[in-house]
Write a protein that binds this ligand. Structure first.
Ligand code: NDP
Length: 284
């Protein structure tokens, strides 16, 4: 891929995180700018929590056009935005900052990124019955996106039950309920589901999540893990239980594509971004 030369007019975008060196977003977003011939560059900014406010204010003062935000800053970044899109306000976290004259406006494309990835796999969220595991930042974004998409049933299971209950309350809708992690081993509940999504960071920890029991009709239940890059224990067990499986790279791709469109107001070159993501993952 040809890299455009950086000039005095090149627009600067970036990602804030701690750590951020592992991020695949620079490869994906720079490929998108190159594919559309946009004079822009996307760079990683490693930022400690105590420096976040000064960094965001400074990058705005320096003319930075847009930012992504990753772990652990999404909640703090939302609080530093001059305004929030409804989906960012609903989950109290921002993963995309869009430049406005007075500061950055915050948005959150994580949940809709997962929905786009599911639709790309021909999974229709509307009227689906979903078990969402986790109640942290990504789970909140995903849960609100599922609620907006009109899922019929949403069960939120979490290690800390109070967090699952709080997430369900924040959804303010019928058809959502909280549960403990033991629901993952409950064959009767699983038999009635269309989708189970692991939004925890427990994917690499042995035994952190109960293994799914063998499901009745192989291939009917789709299991998704937000983690990507390495085969997760959750998906390995889900495949053994008879589920179709999907990792988090599609969500990563589509949350980035949605952010690209928010910044540039242009449709994202998804195929070029997917190829760049594949190359960056293979080079890891
Ligand atoms: P948070 O730290 O906000 O939440 C972590 C969640 O994992 C909580 O629900 C926590 O439960 C649970 N958890 C952590 N350890 C364990 C354990 N040992 N056993 C059971 N539950 C556990 O993380 P995020 O929501 O930001 O991220 C979660 C995952 O999603 C990460 O792996 C991240 O990389 C991935 N992700 C992927 C994205 C993509 O684009 N594909 C986008 C965003 C995130 P408790 O409440 O009890 O502490």
């Amino acid at each position: 891929m040809m890299q455009r030369p950086v000039s005095g007019r090149t627009r600067v975008y970036g990602i804030l995180g701690d750590p951020v060196a592992h991020s695949l977003s620079p490869a994906m977003q720079n490929a998108a700018f190159a594919a559309l011939g946009i004079d822009a560059i996307y760079v990683p900014f490693p930022v400690r929590a105590e420096g976040l406010a000064a960094t965001i204010a400074g990058l705005h003062a320096a003319g930075v056009a847009g930012l992504n935000v990753t772990v652990p800053h999404k909640e703090a970044a939302a609080a530093l935005c001059t305004r929030l899109a409804p989906r960012a306000r609903a989950c109290g976290a921002a993963n995309t900052l869009v430049r406005t004259p007075g500061g950055f406006a915050g948005d959150n494309t994580d949940g809709d990124g997962l929905l786009a990835a599911l639709r790309a796999q021909r999974f229709a969220p509307r009227s689906a019955r979903v078990l969402l595991v986790g109640a942290g930042g990504s789970a909140r974004s995903v849960a609100h996106a599922f609620a907006r998409a009109g899922v019929e049933e949403l069960v939120v299971a979490n290690r800390t039950p109070a967090r699952a209950a709080a997430l369900v309350r924040s959804l303010g809708r019928r058809g959502a309920r909280a549960a403990g992690l033991d629901v993952l081993a409950d064959a009767a509940t699983l038999a009635a589901l269309d989708l189970v999504v692991n939004c925890t960071s427990a994917s690499l920890a042995d035994g952190a999540l109960p293994a799914l029991p063998r499901i009745g009709r192989p291939g009917r239940l789709l299991a998704c893990d937000l983690m990507y890059g390495k085969p997760s224990r959750f998906l390995t067990q889900a495949r053994a239980a008879g589920c179709r499986v999907m990792d988090g790279r599609g969500m990563l791709l589509h949350q980035g594509a949605l952010a690209f469109t928010l910044w540039t107001r242009r449709p994202a070159p998804v195929a070029a971004m997917r190829r760049a993501l594949g190359r960056a993952l293979a080079a890891r």
